[in-house]
Design a protein. Sequence first.
Length: 528
Amino acid sequence: MKLSCIVFIFAALTTMIMPVVRAQTNAEPSTRDRIVTTVLGQRASNRQLNQARAQVAQIETALQTFLAQTTPIEQETSQKQLMEGIGQPRGQELFRALISEHLDAEQRSRWLLAAKAALEQPPSDGSSSGLTKSFLAARQALLGLLSLTESDETAVQLGVGLVRQTQQGYLWRTGIVDGKELASQLLEGIELEAERPASTLTDARRAIVQKAIYQEAAQWVQGSSIGEVERIYFATLMDKLMDYAPSEITSRSNDPQPQPRASHIATFALLRISLTLVVVAVVLYGLHARIPWHNIRIKPEPEPPSASPPKLVPTVSDLPEEAVKGKRVLVRVDLSILEMDGTLMSAALSQIQQSLTIVSELLNKGASKIILAAHTHRDLPMGYVRTYLQEVWDKEVLEKKLPKLRFRVFNKAGGQRREMINKEPEGAVILLDNLAADERESGHKQEDRTSLAKELAQLADVYINDAPSASADVRASTVDIVALVPVVAVGPALAAELQAIAGQPEKRRRSALDKLPGVTAMQRVGYL
């Protein structure tokens, strides 16, 4: 009888518990399915869906290792799993969607900080290319998390983590990279995350993050344990974030100094004021006696005209039609849009759209040939970039009824550029070879940069700078070329940035222009 009762109770408990267990077991796959469907869409094949589910599970398991604060060996293994999951197709989007699923602010912050810990020092296979690929993927993943933060504190930790990731996870392991370029890309990435739809990185929160980055860089730049490339990296961050520098605090001596009594100070002040008033009265009386007041007619002063922002440099819209029509136009654009494996970065579509905007405007003005000059990762040919440009243009041809256009790309350098371009028909749009592969583009010696600038200047009659990011550095294609082409101007993307700068107070305007050598070069040679 007792045995029967026990069996009955056990069966009842099993009946009650199993639905709960089954529901908990199915909750996790349900969440993963929702993430996968959101990223891939409803039309994805079963193979793609299964692969994406496996990626989400791999990423989630790896992050849980850091949530649990396990041993360094276990964390190292999980780092490799995380980077493998992120590095696969759509991995960045799946990673971000997984963390955005956590709606509770405290829980999301825990996951964000676990991701920061996992990505600060990404693993590599030991090769230089493997290190670069791992670092770029990790940095892009960390940047994507900034727009998910629910608190200023978490955003600051992610921002500081990005600074340390570049220094500790990359720069100190290789000394052959451009520290200035890395700093510029990092800050540009933060700006783009603030513009992402539904981003939680508000203007106020972004300012707090940028101030924290400045302070972090200031602590490192004075250190004796860092190399020259790292020092350039931190110095560039500080220079570009000078507006977020804390106010200087005047140090006071600890030794007490004798202070004059308050009554003495007041007496001395009154005496000075009295003497000043007496002198002023005498001077005014003498002037009054000498001036023939009866011959003077006082005219009302005209009202000052309403102040408008100063014109910093000419824009494409300022150029007369004859300056562009039938001419070869060289346009410097920002097209650093590729990851190491040739896939698009998150900011890619914005830069592609900017480039196509200036192309369309110049075509409308009757340009004979449009030559686009840009740089991307130095190990990649511009054929990858041309493919994406063509895809976006073809899409807009259908949506906006634009004329069909064929983008050409030449991976020829030196004198061969001019020869190939001359053979192209009227109305051609030509993408030059990757400028990053030419060491003269960002060379430290001016004669090296001038050599490349002369080659580029021979290709065109008009030069347009429409590269806000590239203009922040001294390059042959943004600075040295300006004095070598008869007609120069800025394109709409750079003009929009300059318009915002022009409206600032003079001191801040000068500070902002000092950070854009590509613009000050135009002012120096007299195109103001």
